[in-house]
Design a binder for this molecule. Structure first.
Ligand SMILES: O=C(O)CCC(=O)C(=O)O
Ligand SMILES: [Fe+2]
Length: 405
């Protein structure tokens, strides 16, 4: 996965530094422009078999296994999350980000009395690292058994689970003024959680384990809901900017369910170091493997570097159309529009992992005499903490890219 630190990049490549739980990792990345992903790289998988008989579930597991061991990215369709739930969540995200910045920052300024070590500024943020901006704002919330669609008796939560439950009610208290906001977020989150629990059973089959193998470790799981907002740049800004929407990173936990709008901008780094576009496909979610699952599978399933670079889409779809209008209509209005067009991008990832307290080692089906475990057991919670310490922040997924010439 990582290239050798000292190895000079070949012509046409630059060195990309990634911060991971293991420390800095370097990749050689092609400077040739991102191209569309091929279906064998990021396939669209119909997951309706998830609700079928054992044979259908096993067939689905086979397809998911292949995609997970290849690029570690795939689209899912017929996922069962109702369109109206997604639409409502997207509207809620828009309502939140439309607020003035000081109102948005309220959520991050408030500290939860029960939180372990949350810091102000981490719920909503525009982050700056070196000369590169993450041109993004994020609103996020974490697993809370109160809202688990698998109803929990709050009086019998195991003691070892409790320290990991952060009780971040302040996220909701500080958004009370937005009508229906909390309910809408939690309905969307609950649908994602239900789907993730079904999918993790398919992953168990894909890994030659009994279907219920992970049930015991997903009772109080890592389940972060996030709304991402990538403010539009004008064409002029885009030309001048070196910012990315979200810097190159891998996701942390087991897998991510990502809803993205139709603006585009998500890019995935191939093994060969080429950026490929995971362009939006109506009616799908993108699923990608996270670092923790890669570790548990002894690197069999791939947690792949990705980023969001949204200006390219403004150029590709909108710019030529507007130029054409400018030429045909000879209208200054279009020219003006060209410089100001607002094309905000929204995405709604859901990060799924195991119960944060459960220490898990490499899975028995991923080791053999010739392929011993490469990693020590670690809990998903400790794993995330390790990465946050390395990246010096606690945002759910990202690290910034630092390209070294
Ligand atoms: O917005 C996107 O499409 C991707 C977001 C992402 O990678 C993340 O939040 O980890
Ligand atoms: Fe990500």
């Amino acid at each position: 996965m990582a290239d050798t630190i000292n190895e000079a990049p070949k012509p046409g490549f630059v060195r990309l530094q990634l911060r991971t739980a293991y420390g800095p990792v370097f990749r050689h990345v092609s400077t040739s422009p991102p191209r569309e992903a091929r279906p064998d790289e990021i396939p669209v998988i119909d997951i309706s078999g998830i609700n079928g008989g054992l044979q259908q579930r096993q067939e689905l597991a086979g397809v998911i296994k292949q995609a997970s061991e290849n690029t570690g990215f795939f689209y899912i369709k017929n996922h069962g999350i109702p369109e109206n739930v997604i639409d409502a969540a997207r509207e809620a995200a828009k309502m939140f980000f439309k607020q003035p910045m000081d109102k948005k920052l309220e959520v991050s300024k408030t500290r939860a009395s029960t939180s372990t070590d949350t810091r102000p500024g981490e719920r909503v943020k525009l982050r700056r690292v070196r000369a590169v901006f993450d041109y993004r704002e994020a609103f996020m919330w974490q697993y809370d058994p109160k809202y688990d669609p698998e109803q929990k008796d709050l009086a019998t939560i195991p003691e070892e689970v409790k320290p990991w439950l952060r009780g971040e009610d302040f996220v909701w208290n500080d958004t009370r003024h937005l009508p229906g906001f909390q309910d809408t977020c939690l309905v969307y989150w609950a649908e994602c959680l239900k789907l993730a629990r079904k999918l993790v059973r398919i992953f168990a089959l894909a890994l030659d384990l009994s279907e219920d193998y992970f049930d015991r470790v997903t009772t109080y799981p890592g389940a972060d809901g996030v709304f991402n907002f990538y403010p539009a740049m004008t064409f002029k800004q885009a030309m001048a900017s070196t910012d990315v929407g979200i810097g190159s990173h891998t996701d942390l936990q087991c897998f991510t369910l990502l809803w993205q709008d139709m603006i585009g901008g998500l890019q995935v780094l191939t093994k060969e170091g080429q950026w490929i576009k995971a362009s939006p496909i109506e009616g799908t979610f993108v699923v990608n493997i996270g670092d923790y699952l890669m570790r548990l599978t002894n690197d069999r399933m791939k947690s792949t570097v990705h980023r969001v670079f949204n200006r390219s889409t403004v150029d590709r779809y909108v710019f030529p159309i507007l130029v054409l209008h400018c030429l045909l209509d000879k209208s200054a209005l279009y020219a003006q529009y060209l410089l100001t067009i607002p094309l905000h991008r929204y995405s709604m990832p859901f990060f799924f992992g195991f119960n944060f307290n459960e220490k898990c080692g490499v899975l028995p089906s991923c080791v053999s005499e010739h392929n011993p475990a490469r990693y020590e057991p670690v809990s998903c919670g400790d794993w995330c903490q390790l990465r946050f310490r390395q990246t010096d922040n606690k945002i759910a997924a990202g690290t910034e890219p630092v390209t070294v010439a």
